[in-house]
Design a protein around this ligand. Structure first.
Ligand code: NAD
Length: 283
């Protein structure tokens, strides 16, 4: 029986710390603020944004809503970002992805002032991660690191395998594991004999976007398995990249979907916003 890594419980612990930090800042007259830029009416994006705004409200973080129709121009989007960059009440800027196809997401992210990049996607933030310098870290892999730390999972010298090489999850995940002295392998769609590479892992992180792809065949007995994937299941619910039923009996610890990495991503966004507010206030 694997230990079930409870993302909701760890996220609650992060939120408690964040609330303490918000109280400390309030005593100094600072209220953290997050600008939320949502373009278009994608229902999934609207749901994510609503959940993030609720998390902020619960933590005492103000949100400033910038919802625009799907047909806004790049110039209009840039103008919103510029306005948020200049607003001292805004400590973090979230541009909800994906943007409609005619908009350049790279340009939008690069336009955010690095100190307000609470998603950790700005080239400067990624550069800081590569250099091992403190700075805003991408929320999903940062949340995974926090979960691993919470459960005392040893990373020094461990073999870690990350499946997926996206800029928002796979690559920063690999760098964060490296920062904690794991020996890291990054796998992707062209990796040969993926199950054999994955079976070398003491810590296996799946960030692929393919429902239940990682079966017991991919997992060394006793490995820790972290499932980042969020996919629509055949019955309509959410399923991860890991085939939970077959992997759970083999793993020593595993994250469920839902209730694993998802709540951590949102908690780390609030934590990054509060940290940005503290930094801006010099507190
Ligand atoms: P992505 O599509 O940008 O990247 C997927 C990666 O998987 C790519 O690097 C690709 O090379 C690799 N891949 C695809 N097919 C593969 C295969 N058959 N074998 C090996 N590698 C393969 O996706 P992403 O944005 O990194 O997200 C990955 C998953 O994580 C998605 O399900 C997404 O919904 C989920 N996600 C969850 C959270 C969260 O908060 N839990 C946050 C972000 C993303």
């Amino acid at each position: 029986m694997a230990l079930i890594i409870d993302g909701n419980a760890v996220a609650a612990a992060v939120k408690d710390e964040v609330r303490d930090e918000v109280s400390r800042l309030a005593a100094a007259g600072v209220t953290p603020g997050l600008a939320v830029v949502l373009v278009g009416d994608d229902p999934a994006s609207a749901t994510y944004v609503a959940m993030k705004e609720r998390d902020c409200a619960q933590a005492g973080v103000l949100t400033f809503d910038h919802h625009r129709p799907a047909d806004i121009s790049q110039d209009e989007l840039n103008a919103i970002i510029d306005e948020c960059n200049a607003d001292p009440k805004v400590h973090g800027i979230l541009v909800q992805m994906p943007l409609p196809k005619h908009l350049d997401a790279e340009e939008a992210v690069a336009r955010i002032r690095p100190e307000k990049d609470v998603d950790g996607f700005h080239p400067a933030s990624l550069g800081r991660l590569v250099r091992g310098v403190d700075g805003p870290r991408a929320c999903t892999p940062w949340g995974v690191m926090r979960m691993l730390r919470h459960y005392g999972i040893e990373l020094t010298g461990a073999r870690a395998v990350v499946i997926g090489r996206s800029t928002i999850v796979g690559k920063p995940m690999a760098l964060m594991l490296l920062e904690e002295n794991a020996t890291v392998t990054v796998c992707h769609s062209r990796t040969r004999d993926l199950p054999a590479v994955c079976r070398e892992a003491d810590v296996l992180i799946a960030a692929v976007g393919r429902a239940k792809m990682v079966t017991a065949e991919y997992v060394k007995p006793g490995a820790v398995v972290i499932d980042v994937g969020i996919n629509r299941g055949e019955e309509g619910g959410l399923v991860g990249d890991v085939d939970y039923a077959s992997v759970e009996p083999v793993a020593s610890a595993i994250t469920p979907v839902p209730g694993g990495v998802g709540p951590m991503t949102r908690a780390m966004l609030v934590a990054n916003t509060v940290a940005a507010a503290a930094e801006a206030a010099g507190r």
